[in-house]
Design a binder for this molecule. Structure first.
Ligand code: PDD
Length: 275
């Protein structure tokens, strides 16, 4: 931890030296938002989109953050790390309470924290578990309140899985830390944006690039039967890129491993952002 470059309230230090107050609302209430910002070959992938989403998350919770300063800190962290491939985790919380209280004081100052890690963007095959979406009703905000995700992902881990695919009222929402795509032989499908899913940046980039190459994409409401009859399924995120699902535990599927539409989409994404 000593060697991990980090920044806390504007001060650069190694991660191990950073101390937070137990009265930080990040700690007591998860009253915080975050971004995971990938970079490859020293280029930040979709930086403006990440900053815009961070700003939106702050607005949703009425955090008054200096986004310009934060953008500078993120690029400085990457510069200081001397890494070619990796990601920055950056978190903004409402700040530290004088004493724990659900209702915050108006004059509280926001608390910011980030670090940079090396990461390999090699695409992985995943075993996943289908599960009920236990989360709150504002999953479109990139908040650190992730207990629903943590609970389902750890029960999936006990079954030897790498990820989950969640459903709410029988409608597929998203992965535990990713968005879901699936395909038949000629069309790609993905759950439409709503308050039940995070508007993933990898999702957005992929839809734009594959549509431009003439691949049909439908955004809609899909159920578990739609997913289980798919020829290919994959999850997307800033750290996973596109990761193919090869097994859904305890479910019969029609999956064709390395299906042509998955391969085509993965090649388009890789050649645009990871080469
Ligand atoms: N998570 N949905 C959820 C619930 C997520 O946590 C993430 C990403 C995504 C994909 O979003 P994007 O393509 O913008 O990374 C969708 C990050 C990587 C994380 O929490 O580590």
């Amino acid at each position: 931890m000593k060697d991990i470059h980090a920044v806390f309230n504007g001060r650069f230090d190694s991660l191990g030296n950073i101390k937070i107050s137990p009265l930080s609302r990040a700690y007591t209430f998860s009253d915080s938002v975050y971004e995971v910002i990938p970079f490859y070959n020293s280029n930040i992938i979709a930086f403006e989109k990440h900053i815009l989403r961070l700003n939106k998350s702050c607005d949703s919770l009425s955090f008054c953050a200096d986004i310009e300063e934060i953008s500078k800190e993120i690029t400085e962290l990457i510069d200081k790390s001397n890494l070619n491939d990796g990601y920055v985790y950056y978190q903004i919380s409402r700040g530290v309470d004088p004493i724990r209280s659900h209702m915050y004081e108006e004059d509280i100052s926001i608390e910011t924290f980030g670090y940079v890690l090396p990461h390999s963007f090699k695409s992985k095959n995943l075993k996943v578990m289908l599960c009920k979406d236990l989360r709150w009703q504002r999953c479109d905000i990139k908040s650190t309140s992730l207990l629903g995700n943590v609970m389902t992902m750890n029960s999936a881990k006990e079954k030897g899985c790498d990820e989950v695919i969640m459903h709410k009222n029988n409608i597929i929402t998203e992965g535990g830390a990713s968005n879901v795509f699936f395909s038949d032989d000629d069309c790609v499908f993905t759950p439409k944006l709503s308050k039940n899913i995070l508007p993933g940046i990898t999702r957005e980039l992929l839809i734009k690039e594959i549509t431009a190459k003439g691949i049909k994409v439908k955004e809609g409401s899909y159920n578990a039967d739609d997913l289980l009859s798919a020829k290919s399924i994959w999850l997307t995120s800033s750290t996973k890129g596109l990761a193919q699902v090869v097994e859904i535990v305890n479910q019969k599927t029609n999956l064709e491993i390395d299906h042509k539409l998955f391969k085509e989409c993965n090649n388009i994404f890789t050649s645009n952002f990871l080469s």
